[in-house]
Design a binder for this molecule. Structure first.
Ligand code: TRP
Length: 331
């Protein structure tokens, strides 16, 4: 039996190459050996985004991005959370098994309290109940589909562990194994991509390279990557170099060792290294970029894919809900 892998994709618009290397590629690789269920977590976005146009746009863009990168809806169940209403019934069930104290311990919530107190605001300022109970909705997403593995970044591990806690408390009360216990699987751990300024690539640092940046812009951004002031002649250290670190994520092992050689020998300027990086990245990204712009110009086709996946997801979800309703006596 193949393991079931599930992850939620927050609609955040067009991803950057850090997302591609750190999250999209590993999830797509995992989908080759698992029964994968990857969904757009659109109701999660409502907690922080109240602009309907923006939600629609970001949802389409993120779906198109994953499809362009190779997410195959004939192999992987691809759906929209909002189109599987069973999620929200399960949320209601799980709330009855979630200690309030568990939510108080969530890192993301605690960080918000801390920010508020540092800024001299009321501790709960700007915290809505959707944010507060975010881990329970996430548990519903996961437990509804008998998930074994949850590929996520390290920042999400605690949420998956909370899903396990909630599942165990339900299983214990009814003396059942109705909920399969999921396991978080690190995707970002081994490959945190560095950004233009040498810090971790992140939207909040404004140091990203958008995955589908047009060729000219991609080249311009790569030329902006911060390097040291060594001259062309000097030998250079590949392992402390930002350009080289990104290069390793895109180039073949042979290309990597060839460029490493050129660093160590000296006689290669930063402009050359950046040109090499541009070429290897553009070769890999160009076909995805083309596919992305083709997809995004046909939003109805994207919506159709999501609707078809959601239809199948609802069937699986309803079976689970029927089983749970019976266990709790609401049938
Ligand atoms: N919280 C996740 C994130 O911020 C997204 C998400 C929502 C998720 N539901 C999920 C991830 C269920 C894994 C499983 O990236």
């Amino acid at each position: 039996m193949k393991k079931i892998a599930l992850t939620g994709i927050k609609p955040t618009g067009i991803p950057h190459i850090g997302n591609y290397i750190g999250a999209i590629q590993p999830a797509l690789k995992l989908a080759e050996s698992c029964e994968a269920r990857y969904f757009i977590a659109d109701y999660h976005a409502l907690n922080s985004c109240k602009d309907p146009q923006e939600i629609r746009k970001m949802t389409l863009e993120i779906a198109a991005a994953w499809l362009a990168c190779g997410l195959d809806p004939s192999q992987t169940l691809v759906y929209k959370q909002s189109q599987v209403p069973q999620t929200f019934e399960l949320l209601t069930i799980l709330l009855a098994f979630t200690p309030k104290g568990l939510m108080n311990r969530a890192h993301a919530y605690k960080a918000m309290l801390q920010n508020n107190s540092e800024a001299g605001r009321d501790p709960d300022d700007g915290v809505n109940m959707g944010l507060y109970t975010y881990p329970v909705l996430m548990a519903a997403d996961i437990l509804l589909f008998d998930t074994d593995l949850v590929p996520v970044g390290n920042d999400q591990f605690q949420h998956v562990e909370m899903a396990v806690d909630i599942a165990q408390s339900f299983n214990y009360v009814y003396g059942t194994e109705a909920f399969r216990l999921p396991q978080p699987l690190a995707t970002q751990f081994s490959k945190t991509l560095l950004g233009l300024d040498g810090r971790k690539m992140s939207k909040s640092y404004g140091n990203t390279i958008p995955l589908f940046a047009p060729e000219k812009e991609l080249r311009k951004l790569i030329m902006k990557i911060v390097t040291n002031s060594q001259t062309i002649d000097e030998p250079k250290d590949p392992d402390s170099c930002n350009v080289f670190s990104i290069y390793q994520s895109f180039a073949s092992p042979q290309q990597v060792s060839a460029l490493r050689q050129r660093y160590l020998e000296g006689g290669m300027g930063w402009g050359h290294a950046k040109q090499e990086l541009f070429e290897v990245m553009n070769t890999q990204i160009a076909p995805l970029r083309e596919k992305y712009f083709e997809l995004i110009s046909r939003p109805n086709d994207i919506n159709e894919i999501l609707e078809e996946g959601s239809r199948k997801a609802r069937i699986i979800a309803q079976n689970k809900i029927n089983q749970l309703r019976q266990l709790v006596g609401i049938d």
